[in-house]
Design a protein around this ligand. Structure first.
Ligand SMILES: *Cc1c(COP(=O)(O)O)cnc(C)c1O
Length: 410
């Protein structure tokens, strides 16, 4: 059941940006007017047909939407149970779902008359998507990135530079994604007039979690239509990997009020969810606190210090999770599980061998959970997992784990 505030799981958040006890706007007074202005402008754009017409045109001609819904026949046969479909968002321009959201925020920024876009990035995927769309529109782009990540993610740093973005290594704090988020917020306050802050997942202060979800919901909307065509009904189970939770929210949202659809989010279990925190499972292994302007489940120590997670997949090591997921977890509408590095690596290889698709390590986590549940489900049970990114970026990490020697670029 949705809690008292809502008669539908799709009505959230409330006017204060709350999903039950989660979300909100925990920002300094100097940031508040910016957040309120953004919210007003987004509310206006959301009901403007010309805004969505521009989105639809670019989703089609620049991103390559709709992405296919693909029946993984050999994988289904191999697992011997439920029918497995993949939503092929790895076929988008730039190789993942991130651009769905970036496009929306940058079209909004242009409508607001902003000429400078800032973003923060961890693994660099959101930075690359942002730099891409900024190049397309001729906008100045500044990407904050933890100094440690700048070193680890050299190919993405170079991509951003090729695309004309300025990459700012962040050395404050511990030089991690969390510190990059703080610096981006600081930049925004300092450069209010011309700057738009483009957040890469369903996190940050309200209205970001709802806005990013709305842009990513194109994934679930397409799945509804495509599944109606393929199977004549809704899927029985939808599954997605969770870093901050944007590709998952995008798939889940259009199904929230269909109680017959099981919803499963898969967190990165790293070396196993234990108290050594060698994982990134904020829901399964963390507890509520405030980070990045919202209240949600976080990885933190006993003193409330945010901890850096650990995962084979750089794109999943966000120390929190979007507040809407925390709410769906507490209300029981969605279920959250975790998958270890070793299980994800096995799924990665099976997907290559059975389907001729090299998946990113993030969706390999979702696929690993599919591998665990599909064999025990009947053959008329339909699963849809989100193949939210392609694996080209991950082949060096995988080679290393499999003991295959090759020179790593950068
Ligand atoms: C960034 C990224 C993720 C994690 O982000 P979410 O907001 O949880 O979707 C997952 N998969 C891929 C391919 C990514 O690039």
């Amino acid at each position: 059941m949705a809690d008292d505030l809502f008669n539908s799981f799709m009505n959230g958040p409330d006017e204060n940006g709350r999903f039950g006890d989660f979300g909100g706007r925990f920002v300094s007074e100097t940031l508040m007017p910016l957040i309120l202005e953004l919210e007003a402008q987004y509310e206006r754009a959301k009901t403007d047909d010309s805004f969505w017409a521009e989105m639809d045109f670019l989703w089609k001609h620049y991103v390559g939407r709709p992405s296919p819904l693909y029946l993984a026949e050999r994988l289904t046969e191999h697992l011997g149970g439920a029918k497995v479909y993949m939503k092929r968002d790895e076929l988008n321009h730039t190789g993942a779902h991130k651009i769905n959201n970036v496009l929306g925020q940058i079209i909004l920024a242009r409508r607001m008359g902003k000429s400078r876009i800032i973003a923060e990035t961890g693994a660099g995927q959101h930075g690359v998507a942002t730099a891409t769309v900024c190049a397309k529109f001729g906008l100045k782009c500044v990407v904050y990135m933890g100094a440690h990540d700048v070193e680890r993610q050299a190919p993405n740093v170079f991509r951003m530079k090729l695309l004309g973005a300025e990459v700012v290594p962040v050395t404050s704090g511990r030089g991690t994604l969390k510190d990059a988020m703080n610096d981006a917020l600081r930049d925004w306050v300092t450069n209010v007039r011309d700057t738009f802050y483009c957040i890469g997942t369903v996190a940050g202060p309200h209205p970001y979690p709802a806005m990013v979800r709305d842009f990513q919901s194109i994934i679930g909307k397409e799945v509804r239509e495509q599944m109606a065509e393929a199977e004549g009904r809704l899927p029985d189970t939808v599954i997605a990997a969770i870093g901050g939770g944007s590709n998952a929210m995008g798939l889940f949202y259009p199904f929230l009020d269909d109680q017959e659809v099981n919803i499963i989010g898969v967190e990165a279990g790293g070396k196993g969810v234990n108290d050594k925190m060698e994982h990134c499972a904020s829901l399964t292994g963390g507890r509520p606190g405030v980070l990045h302007g919202n209240r949600t489940y976080l990885l933190q120590d006993d003193d409330g210090q945010i901890l850096e997670g650990f995962s084979i997949s750089a794109g999943l090591d966000y120390p929190g999770i979007g507040p809407e997921h925390s709410w769906l977890h507490e209300t029981g509408r969605a279920k959250y599980v975790s998958i270890t590095d070793a299980e994800a690596l096995e799924a990665f290889q099976l997907c290559c061998e059975k389907e001729g698709i090299i998946p990113a390590l993030e969706p390999s986590h979702a696929l690993a959970h599919v591998m665990q549940i599909a064999p025990d489900l009947p053959q008329d049970h339909v699963i849809c997992m989100n193949m939210c990114g392609r694996g080209d970026k991950d082949i060096f990490a995988v080679a290393k784990h499999l003991g295959f020697e090759m020179d790593q670029p950068g």
